[in-house]
Write a protein that binds this ligand. Sequence first.
Ligand SMILES: Nc1nc2c(ncn2[C@@H]2O[C@H](COP(=O)(O)OP(=O)(O)OP(=O)(O)O)[C@@H](O)[C@H]2O)c(=O)[nH]1
Length: 188
Amino acid sequence: MASSTSSQKLRKIVVMGSKSVGKSTLTLQFVENFFAESYYPTIENTYRKTIKYKGQEYDCEILDTAGQDEYTILNARYAVGVHGYVLVYSIASRASFEMTKVVHDKVLAFFGTNWVPVVLVGNKTDLHNQREVTFDEAKELAQSWNCHVIESSAKNNENIAKIFDMMIMQIEKSSDSSSGGGSGCIIL
Ligand SMILES: Nc1nc2c(ncn2[C@@H]2O[C@H](COP(=O)(O)OP(=O)(O)OP(=O)(O)O)[C@@H](O)[C@H]2O)c(=O)[nH]1
């Protein structure tokens, strides 16, 4: 595993959500600029990428997890030392949108808190003819979590880098803020 230089800050980000929503695809697009057309269920993969935000370099460890369902127990490795969560659903799957709420609840319960840094991601916007979840619904949910929300297409590489910029922004705001969850909601 690569080591951070002294000027870099290490940030651990976990990507979660239902099966087949595009967690691996968007992570691979971001880290390796590569679109994987075929579907291979993930067990778990860790990637490293440096993100620059406000002149500071962040050495990001991105953990791409296996798809979750309501019965999945949150692995402690997806919580201990983690700075933020990318919660992904497909805009073409209402069930996957509902699953982000289940995962979010599990994360909060694990930490015994009412707020963690989250970017809610509605992926597969290129499948607009099959849309089942409106962006307004996603905004409402993100607002209730006091977190950030964005829609993306891993296929077309739309908004993929922004997801991780927003993640760093939110992590840094939360660590600057003594009040914890007071970082406000940003919608792109
Ligand atoms: N049309 C379209 N297909 C996508 C997009 N992102 C991912 N896919 C496809 O959706 C399928 C599942 O993508 P994965 O990235 O493997 O999904 P995952 O969430 O990692 O799945 P699990 O490993 O089972 O949790 C693949 O066939 C991808 O090519 C997208 O933005 N648009």
